[in-house]
Design a protein. Sequence first.
Length: 389
Amino acid sequence: MRSVMLSVCILALLVWTGAALAAPPSEFYAVKDGLWTDNTVWDQGFPPDDPSDDNAWIGGGYTVTVTNHTATPKRLRPGCDPAMYANNNGDGTVIVGENGVVDLTLGGAQYAYIGCHSSGALGTVIFQDNGRLETCGFGVGRFGGSGLVEIHDDSVLNATTGGVCGVSLASGRQFSGSSGTIIQDGGTLNVRNGNDDDPGYLKIAHSDWVGGLSDCTGLYEISGGTLNVYNDPGLVNGGLIAMGSTPTSNEVNNNVTATFHVIGAWDPGVDNITAYSLKMYVDDREGASGNETKLIFDITDAGIEPIVLEADALFDGKLVVNDLSSGATGTYTLVTYASAEGDFDEVDLPDGWTYEIGSTALTVTVPEPATLVLLGLGGLGVLLRRKRG
């Protein structure tokens, strides 16, 4: 009898131990502000650094900072279900700073989901100093959530691991109310296309073949640093900056706004904004409304940083050029390409400025001040003749 009971106890112990080993905790929630490595920051009592299974959720209005450490969760998820927190706040922030790395490649090239919860919670990730991200890709503001990524200083974001790499700002299919934003004034974002069959992209409020986006806003604003959306050698079907809601999707898209905004120029002689190709779309079919796709260039005294494309450009939507200089003159190159098609539905330029979609470049020309005076006098003369008539 004793031997039977002992055997049962041993078997129960083995089953319990095996279950504990087979099902480690995988959902981690930040419970206060602090360093990633601080055990008391996480509800599990230790950091989510198991790349095979750990999901790192940050909400509650808390900020978790990664410095002097390589964080290795399977997925990074700032912005989560408010119901998980007593304060009913799903917003969360991650700061990746000095000697800080978030590496999502060890669990099979996983993604960061930044503000991608249907509750609408805001997820924010700030890369500063020499902070780094290694991933296959990341989504910013999807599935009804709102996301913000800031890229500063000497930080580096590599969406380059695995065959299918990409960055999506409020892009995808059949969701509404999302906002995805990247603000870059330094650092580097590399997006790699390694597969022509399922190519890599930077998508800005872009609907795919399914469509069905509504009330979504995507913005990429750059005033410094480097953006490089590139193909592996020999590939021709990706490395694409895709903007706006496609008019060929299965479902119409409504109130979708995509914006790429370049402010000034930096690092003269260096191509700081590069991609294989650029595609602008506006869903203007019957039943679709409120869709807008914009290229915005703010010309400063330093000039303007051009978008340099290896292949083609498709223009649509709206071109906006703002004069923030103390007296711009001459011709400015906005986009270079091997070929181009399409034209803008709407153009917003300073008075007297003109644009041209040439064979290899999109340019804007600023007339000399004397020419502006003559144009003004000519217009005045027309008005006077009309008045006398």
